[in-house]
Design a protein around this ligand. Structure first.
Ligand SMILES: [Zn+2]
Length: 142
């Protein structure tokens, strides 16, 4: 198979914009996108992007063991979030916050984060992460 830069780039762009598939039959959003709705089995889906949507934190887990080279990133938090409007459920790293500052329902926004760098090729890899919209430091916003 011929390597296609265009296709690679297109898929990267889709990944960075949080491409999902909304079911026209049951209305639920499939993420990652799928050609068959995992909720009702319909094949009638449309492409949507979730990058401009805030999400709320449903649950999370803390990972203390991290891959070599990522020691400065520990501990990592992986959260299950639900986008506010489309109700899509996304598993993603939670960033810019300490584990003890999180609570169920924390409102988050997606950000693009550098995850590693391939020194020789000069390729920098990014991934979507979520961070709190308001940093929870014990104060109330009015
Ligand atoms: Zn469906």
């Amino acid at each position: 198979m011929k390597f296609s830069i265009a296709r690679f780039w297109r898929e990267k762009q889709a990944h960075y914009r949080l491409k999902a598939a909304k079911c026209k039959s049951c209305g639920r959003v499939n993420y990652p996108p799928s050609s068959i709705c995992r909720y009702c089995g319909s094949r009638d889906l449309e492409e949507i992007f979730l990058l401009n949507e805030k999400a709320k934190l449903l649950t999370w887990t803390i990972i203390y063991s991290v891959a070599e080279g990522f020691e400065d990133k520990r501990p990592r938090i992986i959260g299950l979030v639900e986008t506010i409007e489309t109700k899509a459920r996304i598993l993603a790293p939670i960033t810019d916050v300490l584990p003890e500052e999180l609570s169920e329902g924390t409102i988050l926004e997606p950000v693009l984060r550098r995850i590693n760098e391939d020194g020789e090729a000069g390729i920098i890899h990014y991934a979507i992460a979520y961070r709190p919209v308001i940093k929870p430091v014990g104060r109330k916003e009015d």
